[in-house]
Design a protein around this ligand. Structure first.
Ligand SMILES: [Zn+2]
Length: 142
């Protein structure tokens, strides 16, 4: 069993490890744990995700004014769809959540950081295409 933070209500769910999942609902809000849409999170949700998920958490640090960030958003979302309950993709708006951005010394955006067990395991700055995001995340699974 692994701990997975509900992307909707942040409740921690115990989920069996499977190769693929047909259905997984949050025990608290009944929201879909297989929902891969990268959500914009605030500081407390950001720390909840990186500290309480047993699956890798892939964070896109971005801002509204940043053209390359907006350009990468569809690729980030498409890559996320490949990793239902294998990795959690979230987004941190660096203008609205400056303490998270400051704590991890985000200098340029977009920056993608992969967290495992609350530890930063990889960081890539600059917009990446979908295939490269998939490869990056794949290398931290299993
Ligand atoms: Zn929930």
């Amino acid at each position: 069993m692994i701990n997975v933070v509900c992307p909707h209500c942040l409740h921690i769910n115990r989920v069996p490890i499977k190769d693929t999942y047909k259905k997984a609902l949050c025990g608290h809000c009944k929201g879909d744990l297989l929902d891969t849409t990268p959500k914009d999170v605030d500081n407390s949700a950001f720390f909840r995700h990186i500290q309480s998920n047993d699956i890798p958490v892939v964070v896109d640090f971005w801002a509204q004014w940043c053209g390359p960030c907006r350009m990468m958003a569809p690729a980030f979302k498409a890559a996320a769809a490949r990793f239902a309950l294998k990795a959690r993709f979230i987004k941190v708006n660096t203008e609205e959540n400056q303490s998270a951005a400051a704590q991890f010394a985000i200098r340029g955006i977009p920056t993608i950081i992969v967290f495992k067990g609350a530890q930063e395991v990889e960081r890539v700055s600059g917009a990446l295409p979908e295939e490269q995001i998939i490869r990056l995340v794949d290398s931290h699974i299993g």
